[in-house]
Design a protein around this ligand. Structure first.
Ligand code: AMP
Ligand code: GLY
Length: 432
């Protein structure tokens, strides 16, 4: 089998590597890929843009591609799945109408309200003054969200009115798109966030291991939000009882609500949840794709061949799997970022120590890297996702940081506390 993977992040490197572990897959092509997929055995990068559907289709036809796996939200929101399905390719991901669950926060909120899915209260505005008046009435902290795709930058947790007003102004200035500008003002919740990535074929929906991301750039969850500075799985806060509630109140209800709208949703449904101090799971957002960096941690523990699950989703055969098999233990992914990220940063810094890191038993997934004159250099904010597994979370954490310490590039930065929150909450409960 030959597979086309669309995207250029750590997530796509992890997907490509996992697919190539299967004897059935002899070649993976990445559009456009990164330095990691360029050097992965059996994998080749294609210099095409992720919205060049025609270019990809030409390549897929000539090269007998049997499966297309889409990583990021942008091509999904642009209808890549509709495009390839119409041309009779097997393609993994929701169609454009289904991808609205991520590309329009107001659409997703409406669906949740109709289906009785637990989610914070929110109001939608098309007028800045009305939004500001509502915020003044509700008080702070409050959450201001741009309605459309904003590469993770469209959400502000406003701790005072000035911040809330300025976030509303930024959205109405057209920072995140100028068409049909809308803002969602949402109740602020406290608690712990969890990422539930679930696979669905439109009939059955099966969660993968629960994971926790670390969005703020600084240790102890301080500083600006990023695309994610690290992740671990499984997240012990999600007990089997809580997972049952998530399945019933969130995943099953969402799939039923999509069906009710005649949407045949296949692919990943990613629920970004807040587990409130009372233990209630509430949906902060849905994504229509695998999470990054959660995928790097979660796939490290997946025993069932990934391509079998993906094919089952595409062909409506997910119900045939009695359960998804996992390796025991925990996985941790620590992101090494360029100094300055998520603000401005420099590119082109030479990276060394990856082999040494892998010799410590870690996998190093590339995100913002490039091969330049046969040398690996930095090419983005999030540069590498160093990932390790262990029998326990503690072991995975020590292994991952031993590997991280082998890697060098000028200005390299990582959080040193990835996974620590789970250890701390274990200690609180006197668990071993
Ligand atoms: P979203 O893209 O909607 O997940 O928002 C990005 C981040 O903003 C989330 O991961 C949370 O950390 C935070 N956030 C979003 N909505 C809320 C909320 N209602 N209450 C508290 N924090 C939130
Ligand atoms: N890790 C957050 C995301 O993938 O959106």
């Amino acid at each position: 089998m030959k597979v086309l993977v669309v995207g250029n992040g750590g997530r796509e490197h992890a997907i490509a590597k996992k697919l190539l572990e299967s004897a059935r897959i002899d070649r993976v092509f990445c559009v456009p890929g990164n330095g990691g997929t360029a050097t992965l055995k059996g994998c080749q990068n294609l210099p095409l843009n992720i919205d060049d559907f025609q270019g990809m289709e030409r390549f897929a036809t000539v090269n007998n591609i049997s499966l297309v796996v889409v990583g990021p939200e942008l091509p999904l929101a642009l209808g890549i799945v509709d495009y390839f399905q119409q041309r009779r390719f097997t393609v993994f991901g929701p169609t454009q109408v289904g991808a609205q669950i991520e590309s329009s926060k107001s659409w997703a909120k409406q669906l949740m309200l109709e289906a009785g899915i637990p989610t914070p209260k929110a109001a939608l505005f098309t007028d800045a003054q009305k939004a500001k008046a509502y915020v003044a009435e509700q008080g702070t902290p409050i959450v201001i969200k741009a309605d459309g795709l904003a590469s993770g930058k469209g959400v502000t947790v406003a701790t005072n009115l000035k911040m809330a007003r300025s976030a509303i102004d930024t959205i109405f200035r057209g920072e995140f798109g100028t068409d049909n500008i809308r803002v969602l003002v949402e109740e602020y919740l406290t608690g712990q966030e969890v990422s539930i990535l679930a696979l669905t074929d439109g009939i059955t929906i099966e969660p993968l291991l629960p994971a926790q991301d670390h969005k703020p750039v600084g240790e102890g969850d301080t500083g600006a939000n990023t695309g994610g500075m690290g992740a671990y799985a499984p997240a012990p806060i999600v007990t089997p009882e809580l997972m049952d509630r998530i399945q019933e109140e969130i995943l099953d209800r969402t799939l039923a609500a999509l069906k009710k709208r005649n949407i045949d949703y296949r692919g990943v449904l990613y629920a970004g949840l807040m587990i409130t101090p009372e233990g209630e799971p509430k949906v902060l957002e849905f994504n229509c794709r695998f999470g990054d960096p959660e995928t790097q941690a979660v796939l490290s523990l997946l025993e069932t061949p990934l391509e079998e699950l993906i094919e089952a989703c595409c062909k409506q055969r997910l119900g045939e799997f009695s359960h998804i098999r996992w390796y025991p233990g925990s996985a941790v992914c620590v992101v090494l970022a360029s100094g300055g990220y998520p603000g401005s940063y420099q590119k082109g810094k030479v990276i060394s120590g990856i082999e040494e890191a892998e010799a410590k038993g870690a996998q190093v997934f590339h995100a913002g890297t490039q091969l330049k004159n046969q040398q690996l250099v930095t090419d983005g904010g999030r540069v590498l996702g160093v990932t390790a597994t262990g029998d326990t979370l503690e072991q995975a954490i020590s292994k991952v940081y031993a590997a991280v310490d082998c890697i060098e590039f000028e200005g390299a930065y990582c959080r040193r506390d990835i996974g620590r929150r789970a250890l701390a909450s274990k200690a609180d409960k006197n668990l071993v």
